[in-house]
Design a protein around this ligand. Sequence first.
Ligand SMILES: Cc1cc2nc3c(=O)[nH]c(=O)nc-3n(C[C@H](O)[C@H](O)[C@H](O)COP(=O)(O)OP(=O)(O)OC[C@H]3O[C@@H](n4cnc5c(N)ncnc54)[C@H](O)[C@@H]3O)c2cc1C
Ligand SMILES: NC(=O)c1ccc[n+]([C@@H]2O[C@H](COP(=O)([O-])OP(=O)(O)OC[C@H]3O[C@@H](n4cnc5c(N)ncnc54)[C@H](O)[C@@H]3O)[C@@H](O)[C@H]2O)c1
Length: 467
Amino acid sequence: MDRAEYDVIVLGAGAVGENVADRAVQGGLSAVLVESELVGGECSYWACMPSKALLRPGHVLRAARQVQGAAQAATGDLDVAAVLKRRDSFTSDWSDDGQVGWVESAGIGLVRGHGRITGEKEVTVGETVLTARHAVVVATGSDALVPDIPGLRDARPWTSREATSAKAAPASLAIIGGGVVATEMATAYASFGTAVTLVSRSALLGGMEPFAGEAVAKALRELGATVLLDTSPTSVRRDGDDVVIETSAGTTVTAAEVLVATGRTPRTGDIGLDTVGLASGRWLEVDDTMRVPGVDWLYAVGDVNHRALLTHQGKYQARAAGDVIAARAQGRPVADGAWGTHVATADHEAVPQVTFTDPEVASVGLTAAAAEAKGYEIRVVDYEIGNVAGASVHADGYAGTARMVVDEKRRVVLGVTFVGQDVSELLQAATVAVVGEVPIDRLWHAVPAYPTINEIWLRLLETYGRP
Ligand SMILES: Cc1cc2nc3c(=O)[nH]c(=O)nc-3n(C[C@H](O)[C@H](O)[C@H](O)COP(=O)(O)OP(=O)(O)OC[C@H]3O[C@@H](n4cnc5c(N)ncnc54)[C@H](O)[C@@H]3O)c2cc1C
Ligand SMILES: NC(=O)c1ccc[n+]([C@@H]2O[C@H](COP(=O)([O-])OP(=O)(O)OC[C@H]3O[C@@H](n4cnc5c(N)ncnc54)[C@H](O)[C@@H]3O)[C@@H](O)[C@H]2O)c1
């Protein structure tokens, strides 16, 4: 057995694990990453980056077609082979050499292999036993969840991994699920000319403002996809080259491939959690400094703690965790009050997210329903983005909706949702307003430039009323 000792051991070198290790090293500690697949994790190779690369060309082509003058020039279809080739450049052809180089340059150690906690502050990777002087951080992420639908597993379904790394677009694709992965991949593949059938047991994009899912369903149908709502698959089987799905509506969907996009499951099944008295296969509960209650040297960061399954939010948690581990190790003060350096307060009510469908859905904070459920006294302000001068110049017949949810007691913004073309770039202003708890009366002094789509802020304020 080889032995090595570090201040911090990070299990999982996804974007989140990399950031914990980096902050710990910048805080004066030594750190090692343990990685069983590719350094960079899901986001780099099978999630954020390849999926956005698959989506972008369709967005650009449709945007051109929505502007008279440019539309006349944008007459062809997507070159799918070129789209896939560009996608491959973002995944570095599934090589992690570049990220390994960064790990080395950041002064972080790397051990390849499957790591398991084997005792107090101890992780074993094959023949190597690593000991942590201060902390072990679990950043092992999540896997696609394949639900217990009869026949589904045997039908060799695609998960998000196959959908984002496909070498060709299938002639037809059935998609089970109505969340973010389902709607983004339906948009991408419908843009490629694949006959997409999306089977969702509820409305699309549950948990977001209802008008978001409605707009995305409408747009997917206009792209040529079949969208079956309130429909559950009851069985799935392979029949020759096809997959056949029977549904609760009594209908049958036949396609060349089936993509399962029904959420995630934590990668905690085989990481030795039982050795510290924790249940395997469950999401890891943490406090706001990302520490696991009851085990003062164990932290869980990113997807695996189930607070917000998003790369940017996991990296935010990682900055807090890496810094707090260093502070605790060195006996420095810990800022763990709300909005302190060492906590991820924004996870609770200020998470930004963009769904890169067409129209895009950009949201931060609480929806109207979530705010009401939490007992806030709210006022909801809606405005059609197409009525903003900047939007009408941006695209002919621009269609989109904005909603601002205001806490009437404090007169601050609790949540904002934008649905429309290119609204993702409007989101950071909304995030600043929510996180900063900027009073509505002060927002009147944040003047949006004319004629940009940002003038939606002025329209929302006018609809709310002058102070
Ligand atoms: C299709 C898709 C698109 C997405 N798009 C976006 C997006 O646009 N924006 C966004 O913010 N989020 C997006 N997400 C979510 C995002 O991918 C995740 O939130 C993010 O990857 C989580 O990072 P992580 O570091 O926690 O986990 P991961 O990226 O999963 O990294 C965990 C790492 O740990 C390793 N590992 C696991 N167990 C062990 C072990 N026992 N020993 C050693 N190593 C181990 C794994 O190999 C992996 O490299 C998307 C997700 C999907 C599925
Ligand atoms: N752009 C982005 O930021 C982005 C993109 C993709 C994924 N993600 C993240 O990845 C995570 C996973 O995405 P996802 O789309 O897989 O999950 P999700 O939670 O967004 O959606 C899951 C969908 O599957 C359905 N479902 C669940 N169990 C089912 C069952 N047994 N039968 C039929 N339908 C079922 C749900 O009703 C829902 O529509 C999300 O939390 C998301 O935040 C983010």
